[in-house]
Design a binder for this molecule. Sequence first.
Ligand SMILES: Cc1cc2nc3c(=O)[nH]c(=O)nc-3n(C[C@H](O)[C@H](O)[C@H](O)COP(=O)(O)OP(=O)(O)OC[C@H]3O[C@@H](n4cnc5c(N)ncnc54)[C@H](O)[C@@H]3O)c2cc1C
Length: 415
Amino acid sequence: MSSSLDPDLTGQNDLRGGTSPWGGAALRPRGARLTESIKTEVLVVGGGITGSLAAQHLAALGIEVCILDREQPGLGSTNASTAMLQWEIDCPLSELTKFYGFDQAASIYRRSLAAVQGLTGLVQSLQIPCLYRQRSTLYIAGAEGRSSELHAEHELRQRAGLPGQFIEYRDLLSTFGIDRAAAILSPGSADADPLLLSWGLLKTAVGQGARLIDAMATEYHSSSSAVVVETDSPFVIEARHVILATGYVMPDFVGSALHSTASSWAIATVPQKADNLWPGGELIWEATESYLYARTTKDGRIIIGGGDDDTVDPAERDAKAQAKEEFLIQSLGRLWPAADPTIAYSWSGAFGETEDGLPLIGPVPGYPRLLAAYGYGGNGITFSFMASRILAALSCGQREAWFDAFALDRPSPVG
Ligand SMILES: Cc1cc2nc3c(=O)[nH]c(=O)nc-3n(C[C@H](O)[C@H](O)[C@H](O)COP(=O)(O)OP(=O)(O)OC[C@H]3O[C@@H](n4cnc5c(N)ncnc54)[C@H](O)[C@@H]3O)c2cc1C
């Protein structure tokens, strides 16, 4: 099993292109160089949003933790995220039910809802300045979509005890100004500046005693008692557990038959004139294969993303930027005709996906004490939060049955 992105050759600049609106003038956290070999309880490899969430949680639990990043933490995929922090999974509940049965699918959805609630509570309690806003989502039928499919999804969600309201065509048009067959309006999601969120968590973790180290993990030697990690310095780090949070660049020995890498594109407009945004600033996403999504920002921009395809090569992704911008502008014009379509930011990034839309979280098969935190798809950050809780429990020897839904070696649901 292997990743399609070479772990040695794929740097942050290969993971994303263009410029996103994130980070502002915040101070960038940077690790210290290793000057000796060290031991720690848990080593987190990767200082993006996944590693930051894991490190902050472990540090808050009083567990000794080091975070390793070979580049500037946060400037990998985290900086490319549109940061729609949704509990609704890329794979609709109806689809997930076909894969795993209703009870398990419903339980996974409820875990996802709890993860966003947990993230919201965390950001509020730590008061992380990251433009975090609680949002509802508006899951709209595609341009050619029918209301019956969305209605069936809504009924299934109701049965699962998930919050949400079915919106008929006329109400959708009169309340939201959106001309689609139907939608599901659901509370419980959020948006944020992902880079400020990630850096804020990392700084909190360091304030709680975590060590941030500037080095590359090159080899992992795992045994029943510890993992020794070689680095690109003369020194090694020995840990009781290692959490791999290297984003879409997975070491060769990790992998999953379920996983593939694609690309996604996004633009942010100039700030819109007052009252020129949909009323509640809902996170909008479309029930289509081509995957279109839109959100607003605190300073009044519209971010619209999608046009995903299976491009992996960074140069090829960059070369498609102009065509994708045109596609996104046209899509914006159809979704929200009143928008000023002037582009202020345009960017793209590698995008990991799994067949069931679920992340890869848990022990790395065959490598004792190595744990993976790979939150894939449009719910990447929601799943990163979930990973931080699951992996902290596992590193304390506390396993729960529901963790298995995300296991790296779970069989393919599509045969
Ligand atoms: C265009 C786009 C839109 C997206 N929109 C959303 C969205 O709306 N909502 C959402 O939830 N998710 C979204 N995602 C997905 C989300 O961005 C990712 O799930 C998330 O950023 C992954 O974070 P990460 O910390 O795992 O990876 P990264 O941010 O890539 O961090 C991994 C870190 O590991 C380091 N590293 C790698 N290898 C090593 C090594 N050997 N040694 C030391 N350090 C190493 C890297 O330098 C990097 O800093 C989107 C992604 C893209 C591309």
